[in-house]
Design a protein around this ligand. Structure first.
Ligand SMILES: Nc1nc2c(ncn2[C@@H]2O[C@H](COP(=O)(O)OP(=O)(O)O)[C@@H](O)[C@H]2O)c(=O)[nH]1
Ligand SMILES: [Mg+2]
Length: 166
């Protein structure tokens, strides 16, 4: 899971972990502070029978990263770029979401992550006055839990496609 700070990565991570382990407590802190997520947290979840995946919550992108954090940030992202799939979590309610999307994907490109590994996940649809219209995109609300089964289906399908080397 990659994306700008505050997009809702940690919230989505918790939803996915709770789905797999319904009694579990939230795995990572989700809040409005920058750098809440400094380290990558990885958990194993079951998508379906015989399909276990590892998901990682990564440090978010921010503009004007403090200098002493640049190296740590880069190494975290380099690791993330090795994933089989990259869920790019985007805050659809953020007026600057397109600008931020381009920044994130440029960094991923610089790190050598193939574009076809990226799945854009538009989060926080509960904050929109009207539901989004583009039926080709993935819309979720990590807060309300909507769109999660459809997202997991797409992840499973992409993994089943077999383009991923094991
Ligand atoms: N309204 C709404 N708020 C959300 C949603 N997902 C996350 N948030 C809030 O957005 C803020 C940032 O979430 P967080 O998961 O920490 O984002 P991260 O920085 O990408 O890990 C928190 O205040 C969350 O409660 C959502 O689907 N809807
Ligand atoms: Mg986070």
């Amino acid at each position: 899971m990659v994306g700008y700070t505050n997009a809702g990565k940690s919230s989505l991570f918790n939803v996915l972990c709770q789905k797999a382990h319904p009694s579990g407590k939230p795995q990572v802190e989700a809040d409005d502070r920058l750098f809440q997520t400094l380290d990558t947290t990885t958990r194993k979840i079951e998508l379906g029978p015989g399909c276990e995946i590892l998901i990682s919550d990564t440090v978010g992108f921010i503009q004007k990263l403090p200098h002493h954090l640049v190296a740590a940030f880069k190494s975290t992202l380099e690791e993330a770029a090795q994933a089989d799939l990259l869920l790019h979590v985007i805050d659809i309610s953020d007026p600057q979401n397109l600008e931020k999307l381009l920044v994130v994907e440029e960094v991923l490109r610089d790190l050598g992550a193939p574009e076809d590994k990226i799945i854009r996940v538009y989060n926080k649809i509960d904050k929109l006055p009207t539901p989004p219209a583009d039926s080709n995109a993935i819309y979720i609300s990590a807060r309300q839990g909507s769109g999660i089964p459809a997202l997991l289906n797409i992840v499973q399908r992409r993994l089943d496609d077999g383009y991923i080397s094991i």
